[in-house]
Design a protein around this ligand. Structure first.
Ligand code: SF4
Length: 476
């Protein structure tokens, strides 16, 4: 595509995965503390158009390891405003992925970039090439950018220094979108940028449900749809509100169905059950249901230990990513955890039982005060059993749910026992019949079976059995 770039550049490379054994090196990722990408809008005289600088060692100077990286992009143009910075910044993900043999994942303070050995051998040995591709694509795709200069920082101390500025800018952007309610706007925004990795994923961005990646607010969505109406971010008419508690809108369902190629039919914006918002792979965190305590854990990308259910972030993320709707698993942004609509239909914060301490610290001002000390972190519980004990000791609201459930179960058992014993002829045929057809049971409602740390959910399943034996288990 570009004669002076040693590898090919094009949309067909988007979605390319580079495994560690095929990588020349990586920047950012889970092994590196400081990494970021940041776009700032400047005055024209502050930007030297076409300038690319690398502060610190370049690709060719580095061995196969993980390194800190800051991508600092400064743009100018008469129609550019600070409000648009987040939208331009998110395009870095898309454009870097166009480069053959370069993989870009995540966003903001969480970027992860790998360069393949093959592309390195073809000559891709400098970040300057990445800068040139970015500059050309930005100017051709977003003509409101008139001038652009890019600085790549690999010097660890300098990355750390700029990282602080980046975090402050992200916080300012996020704070701007707080306060506006979903009910107060007549449209939401959608994004399909992640479809290269998750083909059926459609983000629905509302004032109170930030995008999964945490990089696009409702304001960013609105600005993006205005400057690039044919781009991956678009307006979504809300339509009729079908269910205000779960957050189901006719217009959202219609858009998601269309943009997911008919794969996703319905979305409940404020629930992790039933028809949860799809999860791509860029989400900042995952909310996961823990059946043993009837509550949710939330784990973020940077958490390297196992959660109390014995699984790491990456294993949990794999179970929900790819543009699917997985009951009880929900890709989310940290900013959504600050929203009053956060898992509203499932009980909100009253249902959250475990969160890594770093995340709790970031969102604690948005949690009802009486709940903050009742939510366990990795310092309080490393197993489900420890979690249970913690929740009981702190009188977390989920404990009341257990009690209510136990009372309900006890009432059911009592009602069963009060019934007169059935005669042999009245015993249900599904239990005793030796014929396969009579023993078939169709389960329209989901049933769940839990054992050995696994949970098996059967939905719309037909179960056929020759014979069913019910055996009382004797205690040893
Ligand atoms: S997570 Fe959502 S908003 Fe963010 S880039 Fe992907 S599709 Fe767009």
């Amino acid at each position: 595509m570009f004669a002076d770039i040693p590898v090919d550049v094009g949309i067909m490379y988007e979605g390319e995965r580079i495994r560690w054994q095929d990588a020349q090196l990586e920047f950012g990722g889970p092994r590196v503390e400081h990494k970021f990408e940041l776009v700032r809008v400047r005055r024209p005289e502050e930007v030297e158009d076409g300038k690319i600088e690398v502060i610190g060692p370049d690709i060719k100077d580095l061995e196969k390891k993980s390194y800190p990286l800051g991508i600092y992009v400064e743009v100018a143009g008469k129609d550019l405003e600070e409000d648009i910075e987040g939208v331009i910044e998110r395009r870095i993900h898309e454009y870097v992925n166009y480069i053959e043999g370069v993989m870009h994942l995540n966003q903001r303070y969480d970027i992860w970039i790998r360069v393949s050995k093959r592309s390195f051998e073809k000559g891709l040995n400098s970040l300057v090439y990445v800068g040139k591709v970015l500059q050309r694509l930005f100017k051709s795709e977003l003509p409101i950018i008139e001038k652009i200069q890019i600085t790549f920082i690999t010097d660890p101390e300098k990355v750390k220094e700029k990282f602080k500025e980046a975090m402050e800018v992200y916080e300012r952007r996020d704070a701007r979108a707080r306060g506006l309610k979903d009910e107060e706007v007549d449209a939401f925004y959608g994004c399909t940028l992640c479809q290269s990795f998750a083909p059926t994923h459609v983000c629905i961005i509302t004032p109170q449900r930030y995008s999964n990646c945490g990089a696009i607010s409702w304001f960013d969505g609105r600005a993006a749809a205005r400057i690039d109406p044919k781009g991956p971010i678009f307006r979504v008419e809300k339509g009729e509100c079908i269910d205000p508690l779960r957050g189901e809108y006719a217009g959202v369902n219609q858009t998601v169905k269309l943009k997911s190629g008919g794969e996703i039919q319905r979305v409940w914006l404020y629930s992790a059950f039933g028809y949860p918002h799809t999860s791509c792979g860029c989400f900042e965190a995952v909310a996961f249901y823990i059946p043993e305590v009837d509550g949710f854990g939330v784990v973020h990308r940077g958490f390297t230990e196992n959660t109390p259910i014995g699984l790491s972030f990456s294993t949990i993320a794999d179970s929900t990513a790819g543009g699917r709707q997985v009951d009880g698993f929900h890709g989310i942004s940290i900013e959504y955890m600050r929203s009053p609509k956060f898992l509203q239909a499932d009980g909100g914060w009253e249902r959250v039982v475990w969160v890594p301490s770093v995340v709790l610290e970031r969102v604690k001002d948005f949690i009802p005060k009486d709940l903050v000390g009742k939510i366990a972190t990795e310092k309080d519980a490393k197993t489900v059993e420890e979690l249970k004990q913690f929740l009981i000791a702190k009188e977390h609201p989920v404990v009341k749910r257990w009690e209510a459930k136990a009372a309900e179960e006890a009432a059911k058992v009592a009602a069963e026992e009060a019934k007169p014993a059935p005669s042999a002829a009245a015993v249900p045929s599904a239990i005793v019949s030796p014929t396969p057809t009579a023993a078939a049971a169709e389960l329209a409602a989901p049933i769940s079976v839990g054992a050995g740390g696994f949970r098996l959910i059967l939905k719309n399943a037909k179960i056929r059995a020759r014979k069913v034996r019910i055996i009382r288990v004797k205690e040893k």
